[in-house]
Design a protein around this ligand. Structure first.
Ligand code: ATP
Ligand code: MG
Length: 312
């Protein structure tokens, strides 16, 4: 299958869009040195691949990249094995990671034996060890433990900036200075809370509200109801930014997918916001990447959303 071309996107956004497509289709992209998609040809045995595992509250995502940090394959499964940054279902977590690994190994025609794992910043050494042990239980040697915002920053090609990751359970705000996390705040407001608000507003079950939230045809009924939750998340970010003046604020995570999210954050924080395409896939794609990230990413990033004052 020919990959979809994304000529209008900056390099990092092309990589994110490509990765999302690989996860959705189950396809494998040709890594450096290979000229065709697998299905037409086997992966060259000497092609170096790196694997990463993102254990989220709603989604577990495995990503495989090549030596140039370009996405080669990916797999996602919905999950409930992590809560508040803690692995609460050991068997579920190890079974899910093993299942995704098997799926990617079959697609790649190659065994995966090593992987990096992401962790929410600031969790305890004990909780970090549990994340790493999930990989070991799935027969993956742990190459690196990466803070989630650092993973996102690698994809975005950012060494200095603020990364807001709005996941299912929490809003994480991390300020990166010279490639390291200088401040990190994680508070319990995420996509889960939006679903609860929708369920309450429309008197429907949690499952129905979760489906409605993500249905593109229902966004007119969704955006107004979830707006106060977005404003709360933006307030968490604004408070976390106090005393810092990062060059750019990036918005990632599945619960930042709403059309009005960048505008709400820009208004509350009073700064321009850059949300890349497919925000759910940013952090997972960065887990296996080397620190160099996607080459040329930051220099070519898209026009940020402006705050209302700047736009006026
Ligand atoms: N198209 C969409 N529109 C709105 N919300 C979405 C969309 N796609 C996913 N979400 C929401 O994004 C959340 C999942 O995002 P993500 O995968 O980034 O979270 P996670 O990494 O599992 O959670 P956390 O980072 O809190 O541990 C869920 O609440 C899901 O409902
Ligand atoms: Mg996450």
């Amino acid at each position: 299958m020919a990959p979809t071309a994304h000529p209008a996107l900056a390099p990092h956004e092309r990589a994110i869009a490509r990765f999302a497509e690989l996860v959705r289709t189950g396809a494998v992209a040709a890594p450096r040195g290979d000229t065709q998609l697998r299905g037409d040809t086997q992966l060259r045995g000497d092609t170096q691949l790196r694997c990463g595992v993102d254990l989220g509250t709603a989604n577990i995502v495995l990503a495989v990249v090549d030596e140039d940090n370009q996405p080669v394959a990916g797999a996602l499964t919905h999950s409930t094995v992590v809560r508040d940054g803690v692995v609460v279902d050991w068997l579920g977590a190890t079974t899910a990671v093993r299942g995704l690994k098997d799926r990617l190994e079959r697609a790649l025609g190659r065994r995966l034996t090593r992987a990096s794992v992401s962790i929410p910043p600031g969790i305890s050494a004990g909780d970090t060890a549990v994340f790493a042990n999930v990989l070991r239980a799935a027969e993956l040697d742990v190459v690196e433990v990466v803070d989630e915002p650092v993973a996102a920053a690698r994809v975005l090609g950012v060494r200095d900036g603020c990364v807001i990751d709005v996941g299912h359970g929490t809003t994480g705000v991390s300020i990166l200075v010279d490639g390291r996390v200088a401040r990190s705040v994680d508070q319990a407001t995420g996509g889960h809370h939006m679903t609860l608000v929708l369920a309450g507003a429309y008197g429907m079950s949690y499952a129905d509200a979760e489906a409605m939230k993500k249905d593109p045809d229902r966004q007119d009924d969704v955006l107004g109801v979830i707006r106060p939750t977005l404003e709360k998340m933006a307030t968490i970010a604004r408070d976390a930014l106090a005393g810092y003046d990062p060059p750019m604020v990036y918005l990632v995570g599945g619960a930042s997918s709403f059309a009005n999210a960048p505008e709400v954050f820009a208004q509350v924080i009073g700064r321009p916001i850059a949300r890349p395409v497919e925000p759910l896939y940013v952090t997972p794609l960065g887990v296996p990447m080397t620190a160099a990230g996607v080459s040329g990413a930051a220099a070519l990033s898209r026009e940020p959303v402006l705050t209302s004052e700047e736009a006026a």
